[in-house]
Design a protein around this ligand. Structure first.
Ligand code: PFF
Length: 508
């Protein structure tokens, strides 16, 4: 037992499954395949791998080291690096809270669609079904249109699973949930991929995903798309990996774990690519159109295009559909568990309150806020909030994180912490990426995305909608973050004790 009394993972496999569970989410299934397709097909893998090795893995290793060394969720970890940086940990925590409240709505839709799959009750016009019959989308973000019970019920189901996992604690709850979800998710995706690539026309779809269009390599946007995909997909700069690694034992091969989690995550993306484009190829073939005419990403792919493809299946469409949507549910739940844990753990650290007490209050509040996304305006609000949180808040918080830690903190002290415990050592490569390459790329992305959103309204929504659900939400994460820095710690000793180094007899 740790002197600090912090919970720990039951095993290394348990940690890896949980971290991969966090990383593998909707982004892998509906984000990656379409991004690859629309950014040069096979040529996309060059910037993608480049982003993985120059930013993804270095930041992953950094965050794992930060949490494991400081044994805290994001606010405690940043406060221990420098008391003045606590706000950044809180800003990431509030960003995570916002994401947690709308991500659960999407899981809810996927639960409902698992059920709908059996009778393919979406009919022939899957778009009208989604926006009209199912979501009852209103005409603006400010016209709530009341709760949609078809969304509320599955959202409650999703919350029950999340609650059970985070209430159960690191080992009994979170680790167990991931030990169930992740192997099943891998199995389901393999089945879907095999079924997908053996459908007539599948090859045409895969060709779009893998045939390289090298001319796109010179397009700057392709590179930022690759970096964006890597950041989002690895769940870095989300407060999550810091929190999960704070439950690692005092001696842990950080480098190995960082590589393992990152590479496993990318393997899931590739697998999802086979599944999704196999099916899209089949769909194009069945309808006598081009793959580019049916290809889509995000909500459109999962809830408009896929239902249509499922209805066209020659054999057991209900089963195939249910497998696809349950995969989304499992991928989503394991990510949702991680993001809620990141928020919960921040408050447990700050107020030294027990998990049992904190979890009830936390889940009640988060559940109530999430109901906003189960109204008729839910999708419209979600669209704006998600865009601003991902494009502006996460990018800036990530940029500030890397700049503060790499420039103003002694990175070598992390190296001295990581290397004695790791088979592969981090050296000049790691430092250079964190000090130079990552800040440059993130800086460019942050500024160009900020400029884009300042000069035109995302999705052509009204000024009021963009202000309230975009800018003000981002501002709120910053203001709440700063405010929390002024709230005092229940147990000041948490901030000073470097229990780990003393115990391990290294560094320090
Ligand atoms: N890596 C996750 C994904 O690809 O979906 C990102 C994520 C989103 C993690 C939302 C957690 C979360 F709640």
């Amino acid at each position: 037992m740790e002197a600090s009394g912090r919970e720990q993972w039951g095993s290394r496999v348990g940690f890896i499954l949980a971290a991969v569970g966090s990383a593998v989410g909707l982004g892998n299934i509906w984000g990656f395949p379409y991004r690859a397709f629309s950014n040069g097909g096979g040529a996309f893998y060059i910037p993608y791998l480049f982003a993985l090795f120059t930013a993804g893995i270095p930041i992953m290793i950094l965050e794992l080291a930060m949490g494991q060394k400081n044994r805290g969720a994001a606010p405690l970890t940043f406060a221990k690096l420098n008391r003045k940086w606590e706000w950044l940990g809180w800003m990431q925590t509030f960003i995570s809270f916002v994401i947690a409240t709308y991500y659960v709505a999407i899981i809810g839709w996927a639960i409902a669609y698992t059920y709908f799959s059996f009778g393919q009750i979406w009919g022939t016009d899957t778009k009208a079904f989604l926006f009209g019959d199912y979501l009852g989308v209103t005409s603006s973000q400010f016209e709530l249109g009341g709760l949609q019970w078809g969304v509320v019920i599955p959202v409650v189901i999703a919350w029950i699973v999340i609650y059970a996992a985070i209430r159960g604690g690191v080992k009994k709850g979170i680790e167990t949930a991931n030990k169930v979800f992740m192997p099943l998710l891998a199995l389901f995706l393999i089945i879907i991929a095999i079924r997908g690539v053996t459908l007539p026309g599948a090859v045409k779809g895969l060709e779009f995903l893998f045939k390289p269009d090298f001319s796109r390599i010179f397009d700057f946007n392709v590179w930022t798309a690759a970096y964006g995909q890597i950041f989002f997909s690895l769940s870095i700069c989300f407060a999550i990996m810091i929190t999960y690694s704070s439950y690692l034992p005092k001696k842990t091969d950080i480098v190995n774990n960082g590589f393992m989690v990152s590479l496993l995550n990318c393997s899931f993306s590739l697998l999802a690519g086979f599944a999704v484009f196999g099916v899209l190829g089949f769909m194009a073939h069945a309808q006598g159109v081009g793959v580019q005419d049916v290809a889509a990403g995000g909500v459109g792919l999962a809830f408009v295009v896929f239902p249509k493809a499922i209805s066209l299946m020659p054999f057991a469409p209900g089963l195939f559909g249910a497998l696809f949507f349950i995969s989304l549910v499992f991928a989503g739940l394991s990510s949702a568990i991680s993001i809620n844990e990141a928020v919960l753990a921040s408050f447990m650290d700050k107020f030294s309150v027990s998990r049992q007490k904190a979890v009830n209050v936390y889940c009640a509040i988060a559940f109530l806020v999430s109901l906003l996304f189960a109204t008729g305006a839910g999708l419209l609000i979600l669209d704006v909030v998600d865009h601003f949180i991902m494009q502006i808040a996460i990018t800036f918080a990530g940029l500030i994180e890397v700049m503060l830690v790499a420039w103003f903190f002694n990175l070598d002290s992390f190296k001295e912490h990581i290397n004695p415990m790791s088979d592969f050592r981090v050296g000049a490569w790691w430092t250079f990426m964190l000090k130079v390459v990552t800040p440059l790329v993130l800086g460019y992305m942050a500024i160009s995305q900020l400029w884009g959103d300042l000069t035109s309204n995302y999705g052509d929504y009204t000024d009021a909608a963009i202000l309230v659900f975009g800018w003000l939400v981002v501002l709120a994460t910053l203001v709440f973050g700063i405010a929390m820095q002024f709230v005092s710690w229940k147990d000041e000793e948490l901030l000073t004790g470097d229990v780990l180094d003393k115990q391990a007899g290294i560094g320090g």
